[in-house]
Design a protein around this ligand. Structure first.
Ligand code: 5GP
Length: 216
């Protein structure tokens, strides 16, 4: 979609904030939707967690140690940050502003604590919550991953239970019982939000249809 002066949509990029309990399938959905929709990018967060095999610094995350992270936090470089599953994660102002000014829409895959910080700061974003179809499915998905110990799985399930109430703060809920359907719902939200009347460039409408006096 074109943006900027002289285009139907206003120049500023949109923010899509996506949260979910661990195991709801959020990472896959966010990755796929970025692959499928032009003009949408995944925000790259900072984290103190070690890279997983295949993860690339600067593409998946900016990996740094706790000291470096806390210094950035003290300097106020993060618009939000939180401890998630024993590691620190944060979104930098820089990257948010850069994309917004370039008119690129950003998808923020962040946990509910971070999303609530953005709400408190009255950041204008579209808040989307993803849930699995049931608690049992969530448990089964976490166990299938085989990457986490039973203690870690329990910790994640407890966190899911605690945070689930924050869903009321979000504008959209997607139940991920079928990845294809969930993906099409996520796309539908993004596409519909992009064409909301309030995002339109009224100057463009005026110049194209009102000031243009040409008639046949
Ligand atoms: P993972 O380590 O599996 O990539 O992510 C773990 C959790 O941290 C996910 O729920 C993810 O959404 C969240 N997360 C990733 N980046 C950020 C961030 O910048 N801020 C916050 N608050 N959470 C994040």
């Amino acid at each position: 979609m074109t943006t900027g002066a002289g285009s139907p949509r206003q120049g500023k990029g949109l923010l899509f904030v996506v949260s979910a309990p661990s195991g709801a399938g959020k990472t896959t959905l966010c990755r796929e939707v970025v692959n499928q929709l032009p003009g949408l990018r995944h925000s790259v967060s900072y984290t103190t967690r070690k890279p997983r095999p295949g993860e690339v610094d600067g593409r998946d995350y900016y990996f740094l140690d706790e000291g470096g992270f806390r210094k950035k936090a003290e300097r106020g470089e993060f618009i939000e940050w939180a401890e998630v599953h024993g590691h620190l994660y944060g979104t930098s102002w820089d990257q948010l502003l850069l994309h917004s000014e370039q008119g690129v829409d950003l998808i923020l895959d962040i946990d509910a604590q971070g999303a609530m910080q953005l709400k408190k700061k009255e950041v204008e974003g579209v808040f989307i919550y993803i849930l699995p179809p049931s608690f049992d499915v969530l448990k089964a998905r976490l166990m299938e991953r085989r990457s986490d110990s039973p203690e870690e799985i329990n910790r994640r399930l407890r966190k899911a239970r605690e945070e689930i109430w924050s869903y009321r703060e979000y504008s959209y809920m997607i139940i991920n019982d079928d990845v294809k359907r969930a993906l099409s719902e996520l796309q539908a939200v993004i596409v519909a939000e992009r064409i909301r009347m309030k995002r339109m460039n009224f100057m463009w409408i005026e110049e194209t249809f009102i000031k243009n006096k040409e008639v046949f």
